[in-house]
Design a protein around this ligand. Structure first.
Ligand code: GLA
Length: 678
């Protein structure tokens, strides 16, 4: 992975000057300089302007945009423009329009209206990329390539005949024979056995529950089909401009679950992410932190680019909340704390027309005389003041093991309870770490767990033997793992691991459950402590799920069900294993009970919070550089807080010492240089 070393923490945005008269460019650049803006993503949706009629390229405007930005010292992330094809593509290649699960062929008129398997789209898009790279690859403004945009955002799945053929090809590669496919999908049941490849189709709308094996492979295929388009563009760019780093913006967050980014990440020169707050979330700052910690995991712990977020409201939620004063700075620095070295937004100037005209921007409709613009200028100043954190790495000893297969299958059809949602469970355990002041990093189940003392494995439903061995080895070597219900239940074919639950993890955990007994919404099962180790309150309970079974000899029961369908069975267990320990939780406990278990686990592992005695609602994250370490303190509450930390605040220039704790204003942020690391 070529790292992105931007020379500071950059402020940037999608820049779409084509929406405005040409003269606006000059005004924009003056404003950019006033704000300390140094990074622009150009051309994301410009294909129809660059190639107004097939094969007739018009790049004069782009040339002048790049020249002007370069003169102003602004680094350009040049998009390949292939996310949205021009209307003529639909006329020339009607088959390139995606088809829904119900068989409806969609029309152009929005964006990303193309089928990822369509060869005509592939050809036309690569012709554009070649033209662009040949003409602008040596332009000094161009510092990064931005392939497509948010792959899979609107056209993740196309169920047309071309896609069906492509899916069959993908399956042939995966399984070689129809027998192997029939075995994988368990087609003996419900008379689904295939005797001819031609009968294999994508999981289009059907009468009853679709085949789960077909569904899972379809999700994998869809991720791979988009990845193939990315790789084709990337390879072409690399052959023409080998020295320019290449990225595409991921969407790790509450709004998207379509691509398996563990498969995508190794193909990026720099990892970038788009993140938007969810107005439906009680504490969106925790979901933001989770997204950033997963992204840093995808970047292998290295710094990454926040390609998009919003200065204030978006336009695509039911109610588009405006950010509170100061929130944009705090959100931005939450991402920087977790490894972002570039803070960019959608978009530079709020549109006057079109689908996103009510989306916030750096330059709002009101212009410079606005809260948002003043805060943008403030953000630019702050990023300038903390520029030395660039390149430092966020410190974390807690791994959150997750994968997309588990997400897709858990949230799929016909599971023990549709109220068990994968990301909800992941988020609950993540939130407990957040409350405990522990910084977490996302890890794929098969990736190295070296350096992590605590391993959190919430509901890892689909897991391979090698991945189970990886987690087991980490525990043997001294890590302390907590694994929660529905984990280990199936293998990579989505076949049940026989012999009891939690399947592949039963041996590591020393437990044996023979039945799932989920709970109706609103129902709970009382939990009682069965050991000194985890202190539960008298009203502790689990919801959503319980299990019937027992702990093996040598496994300590920490809590048991006091009532409900699994009364008497273990709800929490712990087993020493090698130099570490393995803990199991067979329900979804209330927050306080998760907190108690996590406290006991942290105590076992010797992992302590980044800052002890942190007030509630305050987040502290450390980045460690070659010269110094930096402590980010983010106050998400509406009260000023005193935090017992020592260092030099890069934002205010003040020192906090033993005798004078750091005061962080309500909603405010401090970035402390803590002293030399050498
Ligand atoms: C995505 C897209 C942008 C814009 C924003 C709006 O992130 O990449 O083009 O539509 O959403 O929030």
């Amino acid at each position: 992975m070529t790292s992105w070393q931007p020379g500071g923490v950059l402020l940037g945005a999608d820049y779409n000057p084509e929406q405005w008269p040409e003269a606006t460019l000059v005004e924009d650049v003056a404003l950019m300089q006033q704000a300390g803006f140094t990074f622009a993503t150009v051309g994301v949706f410009s294909w129809a302007l660059w190639e107004p009629t097939p094969g007739d390229y018009k790049f004069e405007r782009l040339q002048s945009i790049l020249d002007t930005l370069h003169k102003a010292g602004i680094r350009v992330d040049l998009a390949t423009g292939t996310a949205s094809a021009p209307p003529w593509l639909a006329r020339l290649y009607p088959d390139a329009m995606p088809v829904t699960r119900d068989g409806l062929r969609l029309s152009h008129g929005s964006r990303q209206t193309w089928c990822p398997s369509n060869p005509d789209f592939g050809e036309r898009s690569l012709a554009l990329v070649k033209e662009l790279a040949t003409r602008f690859g040596d332009h000094s403004a161009v510092r990064m390539w931005h392939v497509g945009n948010e792959f899979g955002c609107h056209n993740l799945m196309c169920f047309c005949d071309i896609s069906a053929d492509d899916f069959r090809g993908w399956l042939k590669e995966r399984y070689s024979t129809l027998d192997a496919l029939n075995h994988a999908w368990g087609t003996t049941f419900w008379s689904q056995r295939y005797s001819d490849w031609a009968d294999v189709i994508p999981p289009r709308t059907t009468t009853a529950i679709p085949n789960p094996g077909a569904e899972l492979d379809w999700r994998r295929f869809c991720s791979d089909a988009s990845l193939r388009q990315y790789l084709a563009e990337r390879d072409l760019l690399r052959s023409i401009t080998p020295d320019i780093p290449i990225t595409t913006n991921f969407m790790v967050g509450h709004a998207f679950d379509g691509l398996d980014y563990h498969q995508w990440a190794p193909h990026q020169d720099v990892i970038s992410n788009d993140h938007y707050l969810g107005s439906h979330l009680g504490q969106p700052e925790i979901e933001l932190a989770l997204s950033a910690d997963i992204i840093r995991g995808l970047a292998g712990g290295n710094p990454w680019v926040l390609m998009e977020h919003s200065t204030s409201a978006v336009n695509w939620q039911t109610v588009n909340l405006a950010k509170a004063p100061g929130q944009m700075l705090r959100d931005s620095l939450s991402h920087v704390a977790r490894g972002a070295d570039t803070v960019a937004f959608f978009q530079w100037r709020a549109s006057q027309s079109g689908a996103e005209k009510y989306h916030s921007a750096l330059v709002p409709h009101a212009g410079k005389d606005s809260r948002v613009w003043r805060e943008v200028c403030e953000l630019g100043k702050v990023l300038g003041k903390i520029s030395e954190v660039e390149g430092s790495r966020t410190q974390s000893r807690v791994a959150l093991v997750h994968n997309w297969d588990s997400l897709w299958t858990t949230d799929g059809d016909s599971t023990p309870s549709e109220h068990h949602r994968y990301m909800t469970e992941v988020s609950r355990w993540y939130a407990a770490c957040w409350r405990a002041g522990l910084t977490v990093q996302g890890v794929a189940p098969g990736n190295s767990l070296d350096g992590f003392d605590v391993i959190i494995v919430p509901g890892l439903h689909v897991v391979t033997d090698a991945e189970i061995a990886n987690i087991t080895n980490a525990v043997e070597a001294g890590a302390h793992a907590v694994i929660t219900y529905f984990s280990g239940t199936v293998d990579e074919l989505d076949h049940i691991r026989l012999g009891g639950y939690p399947g592949g993890f039963a041996d590591l955990l020393g437990v044996h459950f023979d039945e799932f007994a989920p709970l109706l919404p609103g129902k709970t099962a009382a939990l009682r402590s069965a050991s000194e180790l985890v202190q539960l309150s008298s009203n502790a309970s689990g919801s959503i799920w319980t299990e019937r079974g027992r702990a093996d000899d040598g496994t300590e029961v920490l809590a048991a069900y006091a009532d409900g369908p699994s009364q008497g069975s273990p709800a929490m267990t712990r087993r020493s294993r090698g130099n570490g320990s393995a803990w199991y939780v067979s329900t979804s406990p209330d927050d306080a009970s998760i907190d108690s278990l996590l406290a006991a686990l942290s105590h076992d592992s010797g992992v302590s919070p980044t800052v002890r005695g942190l007030p509630e609602g305050v987040d502290a994250v450390r980045r460690v550089g070659e010269q110094a370490s930096y402590l980010f303190v983010l106050n998400h509450t509406d009260q000023e807080v005193a935090v017992p930390v020592i260092g030099h605040d890069l934002i205010t220039g003040t020192e906090s010492t033993d005798g004078s704790p750091l005061l962080v204003l309500a909603g405010g942020v401090a970035v402390l240089r803590e002293g030399s690391t050498s």
